[in-house]
Design a binder for this molecule. Structure first.
Ligand SMILES: C[S@@+](CC[C@H](N)C(=O)[O-])C[C@H]1O[C@@H](n2cnc3c(N)ncnc32)[C@H](O)[C@@H]1O
Length: 246
């Protein structure tokens, strides 16, 4: 990969952001609810054991693990976690304050099946082991529209290839964006990786048949998605799974 953050030698550096310090020194009642930087890579392969679910119950691989990339302050994954106590959720974002807020909300709502990661999505294959993720969600990633910015796009071909092994056999990766050009870029990357990925659902206007789309609420739609629907923008959506044997 061209992005240096994706190299095995990469190390996060301390930030002056006050929430970096807050995440580093979480109060006792928030310990273990949020991880940041290198700490998001220390339990690779063992994340299911880090959830504060019932102490006398072993959390096995049969319990679905969802990972939401670019979760912001976790509007969607927090609601999912509340509504589905038998599934596990990890929300990842590189914004310090939003991840701290997510961990705070988990504590306040006593949600035990959600962890918040302050990390760069480029590091996904260092955070998770082969087959560890069942459902990967990436909703409205920053499109980096300018020519000089395109190298910053997360879902490039190298990244899509690197994350494929992380999905379990029942694994599904769902991606949504309002940005038609970024979507076509992703579709081209998926086509180039057609030996790895199989498209199982595809729409270039996800809510076309729903006259009440403007009324949809989180978590059926994301925070950004609601704004885009209000603006009349079509939502592009693709779900893929990894072909057997990858
Ligand atoms: C346009 S917002 C979408 C937020 C949310 N998914 C939604 O649909 O409402 C993109 C989010 O991705 C996060 N993000 C962008 N690049 C990232 C990266 N490389 N690693 C982690 N988070 C990233 C941003 O901080 C932001 O919260």
């Amino acid at each position: 990969m061209s992005r240096s953050v994706s190299s095995p030698e990469f190390e996060y550096t301390p930030s002056k952001n006050i929430y970096w310090e807050k995440l580093k020194n979480l109060p006792p009642d928030m310990k273990g609810l949020a991880f940041q930087d290198q700490d998001t890579e220390i339990h690779r392969g063992n994340w299911r054991k880090q959830f504060r679910v019932s102490s006398n119950k072993e959390v096995g691989s049969e319990i679905p693990l969802h990972v939401e990339i670019g979760c912001n302050a976790g509007h969607v994954c927090l609601e999912w976690a509340k509504q589905n106590p038998d599934s596990l959720y990890i929300g990842i974002d590189w914004k310090f304050k939003q991840i701290y807020r997510l961990a705070e909300k988990s504590k306040n709502f006593q949600v035990k099946n959600l962890l918040a990661f302050r990390a760069n999505a480029d590091r996904l294959s260092y955070m998770f082991e082969k087959g560890e993720i069942d459902f990967l969600h990436m909703f409205f990633p920053d499109p980096w529209p300018k020519k000089a910015q395109k190298k910053n796009r997360t879902a490039d071909q190298d990244w899509l290839k690197s994350i494929a092994p992380l999905l379990s056999q029942r694994g599904v990766f769902h991606l949504k964006t309002d940005h038609a050009e970024y979507f076509e870029f992703i579709m081209e990357n998926l086509a180039a990786l057609s030996d790895i990925y199989e498209i199982i659902e595809l729409s270039r206007d996800l809510h076309a048949n729903n006259p009440d789309a403007k009324l949809l609420k989180i978590p059926q739609v994301t925070l950004f998605e609601r704004l885009f629907i209000k603006d009349g923008l079509p939502i592009h959506s693709v779900k893929v799974r990894v072909k057997p044997g990858i």
